[in-house]
Write a new protein. Structure first.
Length: 290
């Protein structure tokens, strides 16, 4: 009976460092010496920032992960590299936040249930009660009603942060959560909190972009998924899309058409995050698409 070696597992390596010769060679050697097999690689050198970014998909033999982590540790120290190695397809634990409008929350939960999005929702937070979502089935996902007003913003945010930590969430998604996060919470969630803004940024920031768009008479509307920073609607952009509209569209028409754009843009951004396709490049992102 022939012994078959255990199947090699799939991994994604992402890295960023100051650009200089030898990075790709070093990474390839580290993987090869650990028995790894590169299945795909994307890289980008940003001439503005002098930074280099890379995403590698590789298989590793069972004992290869420890070996490659050791080699990457050494390489990382030599090149001043930030790197991350994660098993492909591992669901990412996410805390979902929403306010009155539920279309993005409903869409993410559907894509999770159908297996399209490799997420594990660890909780839903809303500043509105559960009864505000009659159309939604949260199933086994815990729902947390955390009302917020001018008199309890700090306490409410402390509860959100405690939930994020206690649930073991890896990232958060503001799925039309209409509260501005404080500088403190924004900093704690830096690079791991994705917001969907219902306009094609940098146009029409704030809480009512569709009314602004209608008043301005634009011919395209859009949506923007971005990382949350303390500066409202200024975070590094992950994904955007637009749709043509006309003079005949009322604000209500724009809100209706915008929902579809918001849903697909947010879902794409969440998928890219879960597949380690997004790297921060200062105030911008590098997105290694599929
Ligand atoms: N620190 C940040 N927090 C949030 C961001 C962000 O970019 N940085 N994005 C928002 C989402 N958003 C637009 O996409 C947005 C949400 C809320 C408001 C706003 O003015 N809210 C008012 C209250 C409105 C209400 O209660 O309905 C407020 O907070 O005083 C503007 C833009 C999520 N958080």
């Amino acid at each position: 009976m022939t012994d078959h070696p255990p199947p090699a597992a799939g991994f994604v390596l992402t890295l960023a460092c100051a650009d200089r010769p030898g990075i790709v060679a070093g990474v390839s050697r580290a993987l090869a010496e650990a028995g790894g097999d590169i299945r795909g690689a994307q890289q980008f050198g940003d001439e503005d920032t002098g930074r280099f970014f890379m995403r590698v998909v590789a298989t590793l033999p069972p004992d290869g992960e420890a070996a490659v982590r050791a080699a990457l540790g050494t390489l990382g120290a030599e090149f001043g590299m930030r790197w991350r190695l994660s098993a492909r397809g591992t669901p990412r634990r996410v805390l979902l936040l929403a306010s009155r409008f539920d279309h993005c929350l409903a869409d993410l939960l559907y894509r999770w249930r159908t297996g399209e999005l490799r997420i594990e929702p660890v909780g839903v937070v809303s500043n509105h009660p559960r009864g505000s979502y009659p159309a939604l089935d949260f199933g086994s996902v815990p729902f947390h009603h955390l009302p917020v007003g001018a008199d309890n913003r700090a306490e409410q945010e402390a509860a959100v942060w405690r939930l994020f930590q206690d649930s073991g969430a890896e990232f958060a998604v503001l799925a039309r959560y209409m509260q501005v996060l404080s500088d403190d919470l924004s900093a704690k969630l830096a690079g791991r909190c994705i917001n969907i803004h219902h306009s094609f940024l940098p146009g029409f920031k704030g809480a009512r972009p569709y009314h602004q768009a209608h008043a301005r008479g634009v011919k395209l509307i859009g949506a923007t998924a971005h990382f949350v920073t303390a500066d409202l609607d200024e975070g590094p952009i992950i994904e955007q899309d637009v749709e043509r509209i006309s003079h005949a569209d009322s604000p209500a028409d724009l809100i209706r058409k915008g929902r579809d754009i918001e849903r697909r843009v947010l879902a794409q951004a969440v998928r890219m995050f879960c597949e380690d396709r997004i790297l921060l490049d200062g105030v911008r992102t590098v997105v290694f698409g599929d």
